[in-house]
Design a protein around this ligand. Structure first.
Ligand code: GLV
Length: 326
């Protein structure tokens, strides 16, 4: 009998074909929107595997309904949308798609940093709105990136890829992480510092940590107040790491200079979120890994993780490795 799988969204045909070859597939494809929780709750009861996206809330209540579930394969590097503890307690494997999106996400992060520093969106709007009357000495002036200090909070794969790009811009690189990374320090001349020192000394503060209970509101009023008035905050990790109210206040009061955000506490970000009213906020719709090639690779890697787990093997990107011990 083929294993039963539920796929929570329309995925590329090629990926669907890979899964359909060996599994009995049901999927949510009514529209390109997240599957309603109640639909997923019913769908999971009998399935052996779930192919999920970061927009699916796979909590304990949902996991407890699944009688045969062996694997939840998330098509994302982040997996904060899944209750890992609840899955592990029931022996359910959770997998993600690390590695394959590192360079693409670092590209986007650096693009957002440049766009925010040099006011690209505001400048483009200025031109299109017919406001460009003449070249003017201080018109739409921004912050220099070349030679500035970059503070990376979270020196994982993507942080390291970002630091490599920054080296080409002759930036001083400082970082904060749970543990030190001697290889990165040596190769990229990066300096490990306390979080407060990073906030005080950086011209660009970039958040690259996973979203965990420890990183909820890691950047709030106090942290923002330590930053330079000319500093730029970039977040391409997860929205909840920054307290948005505190960020809005800091931007309005001129405590920091600008912010580039690819992620928000609530996604899609409501259009009445006050941050969207500020010209010094560059806002993107969570597109860090969105290149055609990388999204295809992520989709297929998530399929591989799913199929390996269903075949009784250890999938390449098992998150809850504790399961291997028991
Ligand atoms: C995107 O945010 C991901 O976690 O892959």
């Amino acid at each position: 009998m083929k294993p039963k799988v539920y796929i929570t969204r329309k995925i590329p045909d090629e990926t669907l074909a890979l899964i359909s070859e060996v599994c009995e597939v049901a999927l949510w494809e009514q529209e390109d929107l997240p599957v309603p929780y109640e639909v997923l709750e019913k769908a999971v009861v009998e399935v052996d595997g779930i192919y999920s996206l970061l927009t699916d809330n796979i909590d304990e209540a949902l996991i407890s309904k699944a009688k045969n579930l062996k694997v939840i394969s998330n098509m994302a590097v982040g997996f904060n949308n899944i209750d890992l503890k609840a899955a592990t307690a029931r022996g359910i494997m959770v997998t993600n798609t690390p590695g394959v999106l590192t360079e693409t996400t670092a590209d986007l992060t650096f693009a957002l940093l440049l766009a925010t520093a040099r006011r690209l969106v505001e400048s483009s709007d200025f031109l299109r709105e017919g406001k460009w009357k003449t070249w003017s000495p201080m018109l739409l002036t921004g912050q220099d990136v070349y030679g500035a200090t970059l503070g990376i909070i979270g020196m994982g794969r993507i942080g390291e890829a970002l630091a490599k790009r920054a080296k080409g811009f002759d930036m001083r690189i400082i970082y904060h992480n749970r543990n030190r990374k001697p290889a990165v320090e040596k190769e990229l001349n990066a300096e490990y510092v306390d979080l407060d020192v990073l906030l005080k000394e950086s011209d660009f503060v970039v958040i690259m940590t996973p979203f965990t209970p420890e990183t909820v509101n890691l950047i709030g009023k106090r942290e923002l107040s330590l930053m330079k008035k000319t500093a730029v905050l970039i977040n391409t990790a997860r929205g909840g790491i920054v307290n948005e109210k505190a960020l809005y206040n800091a931007l309005v009061k001129g405590e920091i200079w600008a912010a580039g955000l690819d992620v928000f506490e609530e996604e899609p970000v409501p259009l009445d979120n006050p941050l969207l009213s500020l010209p010094n906020v560059v806002a993107l719709p969570h597109i860090g890994s969105a290149s055609k090639k990388t999204r295809m690779t992520m989709a297929n890697l998530a399929a591989e993780n799913l199929l390996q787990a269903l075949a009784g093997k250890t999938p390449p990107n098992l998150v809850n490795v504790d399961l291997l011990k028991g």
